[in-house]
Design a protein around this ligand. Structure first.
Ligand SMILES: Cc1cc2nc3c(=O)[nH]c(=O)nc-3n(C[C@H](O)[C@H](O)[C@H](O)COP(=O)(O)OP(=O)(O)OC[C@H]3O[C@@H](n4cnc5c(N)ncnc54)[C@H](O)[C@@H]3O)c2cc1C
Length: 484
């Protein structure tokens, strides 16, 4: 059968200028002479929060693997971030990892993340991407639909948010990166396509966040994380931000949700399963009021299950799949998804199948994050969603043992943190050696109030390793481009 002609690659349009949209723009800039990134919001000139990203007021961590791939896509971005005040954090040595079983073992991992605001991450990426010659930004324009046929999208309909005027933009390729609230299903239906099936798992979590001035002297850790895993229904994190600040996010599910009352913030922190976080806040000065969010559902739009879909319209980031934010997977998933898009654009020169092939591979990429987050969520009594699979039931119970063993055994903790940070596959937790260590780990003897341990092998009282500048490497253990 003769192949249909290659589609035009003149103008690509990205809807949404968040992390996913900007990184989609980066991927497309290698393949299209013109790339327009449209956003309904005004995009500030500096690293400031904005109304289109309400989640930006809450703690945002980018995993080791997300930072590594981001550094490969935008060489030097880690240095840019550090120069702007992002704080390098060793995930094993500087991170006080509190569980209901005691502190996670402490060790120098050599793996760093950068602690910074969501606004700084996005702004640093925006600076780099918009400097590329093919890329231009179109702020204050809301995407309202797709133009095209059943096989091909030829443009998008927009509304200018200043004067309410309707507009259109021709496009040879369109990426929907409009986030959790994506209207892609509705837009596809308007073109005559079936809507992608959607799966939702909602733990009914709320976050309350405020920023503080870091007190002097600071505590011995850089990040303090009190993990919320069943049966604990409350948790919290203190993490440094640029500008000598802490961002403090408290979270709870169901009846344990925190409120936005300033008077409740410290008392709520006192109810967490370890006093370290509240003790640290007791001497710190608040800089902002309390902001809350109830946006926590895991939601997947299964584009990979569609029997027909336009060949040049794809979803990326939260529009495709979003996760309960306590697992901090969203930005890393967006980075890896953009890398996949770049790979698919390179491999699929023909007109057919690019979108379908990309969505299939994106689904595989999301499978692991989805399994981990929804399995952990399904152990909360408030969670609504599909019934657990037998695999999830076993995995959920086993993860509890892994977390407990990690408080006794640095090797288990290291493997667990590598999986969390997506530098190792979850199968690393299932090797015979690791399983043996998990099941034979002595029960934790730590009690609430136990002080944060020194790194494994170091005498007690050792000061935490100083923060080092990150040199992100190129290893992509967790996700490597699939072979076509
Ligand atoms: C409370 C909370 C905490 C989180 N914490 C973490 C964390 O610790 N670590 C982590 O990795 N992830 C975290 N996430 C997830 C993370 O914010 C996202 O996964 C990540 O930023 C990628 O988002 P995105 O670019 O797909 O969408 P968004 O960041 O939501 O960006 C969507 C963009 O599209 C624009 N837009 C929306 N509709 C339209 C339209 N119709 N037309 C034009 N533009 C439009 C918006 O203005 C916005 O700029 C958290 C999320 C929440 C809710």
């Amino acid at each position: 059968m003769p192949r249909s002609p290659s589609p035009r690659r003149q103008h690509a349009v990205v809807l949404g200028a968040g992390m996913a949209g900007l990184l989609a723009g980066l991927a497309l800039a290698d393949h299209f002479p013109r790339v327009t990134i449209v956003d309904s919001d005004s995009l500030p000139a500096g690293p400031h929060s904005r109304s289109g990203i309400p989640q930006g007021n809450h703690a945002h961590g980018l995993f080791v693997q997300g930072l590594r791939v981001l550094e490969r896509l935008l060489p030097g971005i880690s240095s840019d971030l550090v120069a702007r005040g992002a704080v390098p954090v060793d995930i094993g040595a500087d991170y006080a990892w509190g569980t209901i079983h005691g502190w996670g073992s402490r060790f120098t991992s050599g793996h760093h993340v950068l602690a910074a605001s969501r606004a700084l991450f996005e702004w640093a990426v925006r600076q780099r991407v918009t400097a590329l010659p093919p890329v231009s930004l179109l702020p204050r324009h809301r995407a309202e639909g797709l133009i095209g046929t059943a096989t091909t999208v030829t443009g998008v309909t927009l509304r200018n948010t200043d004067n309410r005027r309707a507009d259109t933009l021709d496009a040879d390729f369109v990426v929907d990166a409009t986030g959790r609230g994506s209207r892609a299903a509705h837009w596809l239906a308007a073109l005559g396509h079936p809507r992608p099936p959607t799966t939702v798992v909602d733990p009914h979590l709320a976050y309350a966040t405020r920023t503080y001035k870091i007190p002097y002297p600071p505590p011995p850790w850089l990040v303090c994380y009190l993990m919320m895993t069943a049966p604990a229904t409350r948790g919290g994190i203190i993490s440094p931000l640029e500008g000598g600040r802490w961002i403090v996010t408290l979270g709870g599910i169901g009846d344990d949700q925190p409120t936005n009352a300033e008077a409740d913030f410290l008392p709520y922190a006192r109810t967490l399963h370890h006093p370290a976080l509240a003790d640290a806040l007791a001497t710190a000065t608040p800089l902002t009021p309390v902001t809350t969010t109830h946006t926590s559902a895991n939601r997947r739009r299964h584009m990979e299950n569609l029997t027909t879909q336009p060949r040049n319209f794809v979803l990326l980031g939260d529009a495709a799949c979003c996760f309960n934010p306590i697992y901090a997977q969203g930005m890393t998933a967006a980075v890896l998804g953009a890398d996949l898009l770049h790979h698919c654009l390179e491999r699929h020169h023909g007109p057919d199948g690019l979108a379908a092939a990309y969505h299939r591979r994106l689904a595989t990429l999301h499978d692991t994050c989805w399994l981990l987050s929804t399995t952990a969520d399904s152990r909360f009594p408030t969670t609504e969603g599909p019934a657990l699979t037998p695999t999830q039931r076993i995995l959920g119970r086993y993860l509890t043992h892994v977390i407990r063993a990690g408080t006794r055994d640095p090797h288990v903790q290291k493997t667990f943190l590598n999986v969390v940070n997506m530098t190792s596959r979850p199968s690393a937790l299932l090797t015979p050696r690791l399983v043996t260590r998990v099941v034979t780990a002595r029960p934790a003897r730590q009690q609430p109030g136990h002080s944060w341990p020194p790194p494994a092998g170091a005498p007690r009282g050792t000061a935490p390793a100083p923060a080092r500048a990150t040199t992100a490497d190129n290893a992509t253990t967790y996700w490597s481009p699939p072979q076509t």
